[in-house]
Design a binder for this molecule. Structure first.
Ligand code: SAH
Length: 398
């Protein structure tokens, strides 16, 4: 097995069980013959073994650790056991009728770097976003098929941009094990049903990470007019509607997302509520609403990642401030603003600061009534704080 020797002092993060070895921490070069995803032994400068990980020759994150134990060399059995353990930690979800859609494997935080597996009513959909994850793909797919209760098939989405950074080819949707899922998979979440496009939808098809936020925010809509910005397939809007919203306006720039949002509306079999669909850029739409003097009782802002890296944080902060300031102005007294950031580089503290500045410029007093985060099936390993990316602030306008 090839060895990767770290520079003096660079073993510290590994001793804290952080799973990444950056290229700058490696002394000399990674042996040329190391194939992408191959297991390497990681050693401190004094030659002592720190553990084993999967090498990514073309990535800044050169090694992702699979074992911090000098006596445990990763193999397919270890990967299989990790998948079973990860699924086992979700037994509450399988025992609970609230939803039939859950994240089964959350990458680094479930000790399987680069591996994401979401489960939609019997269908597992994975993303393999590191060379090591790609290397162990077969073991992961086999294990999911047996570990996930009632698993009908395991598929892969290979279209994530991050694959390029790892030197992995981009691909589309592919069945790895079991049967071919239907064109749209129907899932249930609390009072709602949603259709999930596992082939062409975002990520693996649905924003499971906002489940808790939808449950927190929905009931606050009771009887009010809701503006759901960056609606995707309608999640927050339909949830609010199921909780008794009087009207819902779903805004997204993607016609495909709105088309599925409409089909999702039909699926709820609720009548009486007005749902409007607007294909528009939220930055522009909020200004149109301002100029038209429109007002709402609840506004949801759940934009895509504005900052990919720390360098983009200040630009992202301006974007967050802009939409939040505009939304605050559109709120009726007593109205709710539920605002989110899924940019990991945007810290919760900075997000709070941006919101305070937006309120100041909007000349509105707002009270924070709840804070949300990614759900329990998207856990964050304590030694891997990078795993915490999603934050939400729910406020009431005074
Ligand atoms: N709230 C959703 C997830 C939102 S994902 C849920 O719970 O399911 C972000 C969405 O923002 C995507 O659907 C994307 O199409 C949309 N989007 C990105 N930029 C936009 C813009 N400038 N204006 C409107 N929608 C945008």
């Amino acid at each position: 097995m090839q060895k990767v020797i770290l520079k003096k002092g660079r073993e510290r993060s590994l001793l804290r069980r952080h799973p990444w070895v950056f290229s700058g921490a490696v002394s000399g070069t990674v042996p040329e013959s190391a194939a992408p995803g191959e297991t390497v032994e990681v050693c401190a400068d004094d030659g002592s073994t720190l553990g084993y990980g999967s090498v990514s020759p073309s990535s800044q994150i050169r090694v992702r650790m699979l074992s911090f134990d000098p006596g445990t060399v990763p193999d397919a059995a270890l990967v299989r056991a990790r998948v079973f353990a990860s699924v086992g930690r979700r037994s509450d979800f399988f025992a609970n009728a609230y939803t039939d859609a859950v994240r089964l494997v959350n990458a680094e935080s479930d000790a399987l770097p680069g591996v994401v597996a979401d489960f939609y009513a019997g269908w597992a959909v994975c993303q393999f976003t590191s060379a090591g994850a790609e290397f162990w793909k077969d073991a992961v797919a086999d294990a999911l098929m047996s570990a996930a209760p009632g698993c009908l098939g395991v598929a892969e989405r290979a279209d994530a941009d991050v694959r390029a950074k790892e030197g992995l080819p981009k691909g589309g949707f592919r069945v790895l094990r079991g049967a071919e899922p239907p064109e749209l998979v129907e899932i249930s979440e609390g009072p709602c049903k949603f259709l999930v496009d596992v082939r062409k939808g975002h990520k693996t098809g649905f924003y499971l990470d906002q489940r808790d936020a939808r449950a927190t925010v929905g009931p606050l809509a009771n009887g009010g007019d809701v503006l759901n910005c960056f609606s995707y397939t309608g999640g927050f809007g339909l949830f609010a509607r199921a909780c008794g919203a009087a009207s819902v306006t779903q805004v997204d720039v993607s016609a495909d997302a709105l088309a599925l949002a409409k089909r999702n509306e039909e699926l709820q079999r609720l009548c009486g509520t007005k749902v409007e669909y607007v294909e528009a850029d939220v930055f522009k739409f909020l200004r149109l609403c301002r100029d038209a003097g429109r007002a709402f009782d609840m506004i949801v802002l759940d934009p895509p990642k504005f900052a990919e890296t720390k360098a983009q944080v200040m630009k992202a902060a301006r974007g967050y401030k802009d939409i939040n300031l505009l939304a605050m102005k559109l709120l009726r007294p007593g109205g709710t603003l539920a605002t989110f950031s899924c940019s990991g580089a945007m810290t919760p503290e900075l997000f709070d600061k941006v919101l305070a500045e937006a309120a100041e410029d909007a000349r509105r007093d707002l009270q924070v009534v709840a804070k949300t985060r990614q759900g329990a099936d998207h856990p964050v390993l304590l030694s891997f704080p990078e795993g915490a990316y999603l934050k939400g602030v729910v406020m009431r306008a005074m």
